[in-house]
Design a protein around this ligand. Structure first.
Ligand SMILES: Cc1ncc(COP(=O)(O)OP(=O)(O)O)c(N)n1
Ligand SMILES: Cc1ncsc1CCOP(=O)(O)O
Ligand SMILES: [Mg+2]
Length: 214
């Protein structure tokens, strides 16, 4: 997997916006997000057939824009609808088991909050790690204490060139510091999903991320 695919990694669930989630996703894709994760959990989250239908619509949109479509946590759904990958955390189905169930070409990401988790994910063969929360976030109810840019830097020092995406409370102005601390990209929910202009916001994230990488 090319690390540049992580440049602007947008995550969305239906409860992360007051707008039509499919419109928000399409705008974000038009703005230039490079990777997408469907993360349907928490209050009012869709389940069963409704969740599946939403996932299928989101996958269709992502593919129209040539953006890989990943699913958070729900490996069964990802396999059923033919996603392009999955993301799992430390409390989810173990990575090694997930890897053995999924096609070789899939992108499989793992969360890491500290150096030990990051090193283990690298040894296990994760395609990338989602490192955070970097800053405070209201989006994830069970989020750990923020690790800051120093925490990210320490993890980068331990994992060599393993692709890293930073996550948690990220706003546009954070990109430069995060790239400097070793992130290949940023993973965002609120800054795009609750923006009045998701397309413009996604475009700015892409522009900044791209500028920094050149
Ligand atoms: C890119 C990325 N990084 C981290 C996470 C968090 O995963 P997890 O710790 O399993 O928490 P939930 O998102 O499942 O609540 C992520 N989803 N994506
Ligand atoms: C899923 C997740 N994992 C760590 S923080 C977080 C939430 C990120 O959302 P936001 O960009 O709104 O802070
Ligand atoms: Mg999870």
């Amino acid at each position: 997997m090319k690390p540049s695919i992580l440049q602007v990694y947008f995550i969305l669930g239906t409860n992360n916006t007051e707008q039509d989630p499919l419109e928000v996703l399409e705008e974000a894709l038009q703005g230039g997000v490079s990777l997408f994760q469907f993360r349907e959990k928490g209050k009012g989250a869709l389940i069963g057939e409704e969740k599946k239908q939403m996932a299928l619509k989101m996958k269709g949109l992502c593919h129209q824009y040539d953006v890989p479509f990943l699913i958070n946590d729900d490996i069964d759904l990802a396999l059923e609808i033919g996603a392009d990958g999955v993301h799992v955390g430390q409390e989810d189905e173990p990575f090694v088991q997930v890897k053995s169930r999924c096609p070789d070409h899939w992108i499989i990401g793992v969360s890491a909050t500290n150096e030990k988790e990051a090193i283990k994910a690298k040894e296990d063969g994760a395609d990338y790690i989602g490192v955070g929360p970097i800053y405070g976030t209201n989006t994830k109810e069970d989020a750990k204490q923020p690790i800051g840019e120093n925490g990210l830097r320490n993890i980068r020092e331990q994992v060599g060139d393993l692709p890293i995406v930073a996550i948690g409370g990220i706003k546009l102005g954070h990109i430069f510091g995060l790239r400097k601390a070793g992130a290949d990209g940023v993973s965002i929910i609120t800054a795009i999903s609750r923006s009045k202009k998701p397309k413009e916001m996604a475009h700015l994230f892409r522009k900044f991320a791209h500028y920094q990488s050149n």
